[in-house]
Design a protein around this ligand. Structure first.
Ligand code: HAM
Length: 454
């Protein structure tokens, strides 16, 4: 394609025209990220923490398809939510089915619970899920169109202890990654509590022309779902809501008791939290406990904060039945992995790199290379962390590579060692070298590494 044939493109959001450079032609989509080599140490750390904690607390790993029927999200997340009405990657596939790239994990996990008859398993069923999600939002730092979440869901347990266990795991996850997390929590009660509360809210917004000042979206919310008024990110709507009635004052006895128990447990466990009477969460399925997690000391405006929650979740006791399953109480949370990694980087939290005991195998000459190949396999099977660059012939280049990966020892196999049945063992820190019997190399390495191989 010649330069002349590159057409002007109009950015739908900014309405600006631009001519893509040649190099833009195959660049990645907006809001989508490549995870490059250096980034992986953060992913490894965060994924390991998520996996370890989930296993310890008895959650089982599960995965679901990235593509699901569009109806699944319309029915569960809710047709009127921003996620479904504005942000979904939805399309009709080649068979004419309406499908969508999953914008959140919970609906797929509820579907899997019902579809695989998991109500027949001992309850609660505890799921651990980690994967990519897609939301066509306006990209900015920490807000992507493809992002990853760590999700836990617990089905079949209605007790406040279940809510608390999830909040505890989320809290442990952050504090063990050295992120000071703060939990914001609220209860949005059951249908009955919300019916009563919605009436009070409507009365409040009708007073003294408040309704007229609301943003366009909130004017619609006012008739469709007044509780969403509390969730609006527009500063004017946030100001109007300041004196709005609080849902905790409209909770029925049973919802109030549930919420009090959750808070009592959190107090006992010393988990810091803030009651946030306006936290309603932007998804349709929640009832009773809802919570979000933020990093402490974030000097951001309320609006920025809402957009940079590290995680969020809550109870959704009616969703399984709504989706065609047996009545099953449930609760869960989702944590945004990229946002957690950003926080780790922003705060310069040191990452312990596990490089201590690398053993580099260097070789000289064709015969040396062959034997080094075998030695590599032997050491690997014996549990050592072996490294090599067998495609290189120069000893200097190989030693440079050993330095680069901060190897503890380098084993050198040359012509002379092959003839003598020996191998050179070089301590990379001190630079000292000794010649050892080839047959005793595993013994010698074990002696030095003292069982700390992996
Ligand atoms: P959510 O609040 O929509 O909840 O998302 C949870 C977390 O995912 C957010 O707090 C944030 O860290 C991350 N996140 C959301 N959108 C983006 C984005 N565009 N870019 C980067 N990170 C993002 C849910 O998804 C619920 N399904 C959570 C849940 C599970 N509730 C019960 N079980």
């Amino acid at each position: 394609m010649s330069r002349k044939s590159i057409k002007k493109i109009v950015d739908k959001e900014t309405k600006k025209e631009f001519k893509p450079k040649r190099s833009d032609k195959y660049s990645r989509l907006r809001g989508m990220k490549d995870i490059l080599f250096d980034e992986y140490k953060y992913w490894d750390l965060v994924v390991k923490k998520a996996t370890d904690l989930s296993t310890i607390y008895g959650f089982n790993h599960i995965d679901t398809p990235i593509l699901e029927k569009l109806d699944l999200f319309e029915r569960s997340t809710g047709k009127e939510t921003d996620i479904v009405s504005k942000e979904m990657y939805a399309f009709i596939d080649k068979s004419g089915d309406r499908v969508a790239l999953r914008p959140e994990a919970t609906p797929g996990l509820v579907r899997a619970y019902i579809e695989h008859g998991m109500f027949n398993l001992p309850q609660p069923v505890k799921m651990f899920w980690l994967g990519p999600l897609f939301r066509h939002e306006k990209p900015q730092s920490g807000r992507l169109r493809q992002f990853f979440q760590y999700d836990l869901e617990m089905f079949g347990d209605s007790s406040p202890v279940a809510d608390v266990q999830l909040i505890l795991i989320a809290y442990n996850f952050f504090s063990e990654l050295q992120i000071d997390a703060q939990i914001q929590i609220n209860s949005i009660g059951c249908k009955e509590c919300r019916a009563e509360y919605s009436k009070k809210l409507v009365e409040y917004y009708k007073e003294r022309g408040k309704r007229a000042k609301l943003c366009v979206d909130c004017k619609k919310r006012f008739t469709k779902n007044p509780m969403r008024l509390l969730d609006c990110k527009e500063p004017v709507c946030q100001q109007i809501r300041e004196d709005a009635p609080q849902i905790v004052d409209s909770l029925c006895d049973s919802c109030r008791e549930h919420f009090i128990k959750v808070l009592e447990y959190l107090d006992e466990l010393d988990i810091p939290y803030n009651l946030n009477p306006f936290l309603v969460r932007g998804l349709d399925y929640y009832n009773r406990t809802v919570f979000e997690v933020f990093a402490v000391n974030d000097e951001e405006s309320e609006t920025d904060k809402r957009q940079s929650a590290l995680g969020g979740g809550g109870r959704y006791d009616e969703l399984v039945e709504l989706m065609g399953g047996r009545p099953t109480p449930a609760c869960g949370f989702g944590i945004g992995i990229e946002r957690v990694i950003n926080k780790i980087k922003e705060k310069n939290i040191p990452i312990k790199e596990d490089r201590d005991n690398y053993i580099f195998i260097a070789q000289l000459g064709e015969q040396g290379k062959r034997k080094a190949f075998m030695l590599f396999e032997e050491l690997r099977k014996a549990g050592f962390k072996v490294r090599q660059s067998f495609t290189k012939d120069s000893l200097k280049v190989q030693l440079e590579e050993a330095d680069r990966i901060v190897a503890k020892y380098t084993l050198i196999l040359g012509q002379k060692e092959l003839l003598d049945g020996t191998i050179i063992l070089r301590d990379m820190e001190s630079g000292t070298q000794e010649v050892v019997d080839y047959k005793k190399i595993i013994f010698e390495l074990n002696k030095r590494i003292e069982g700390n191989k992996n």
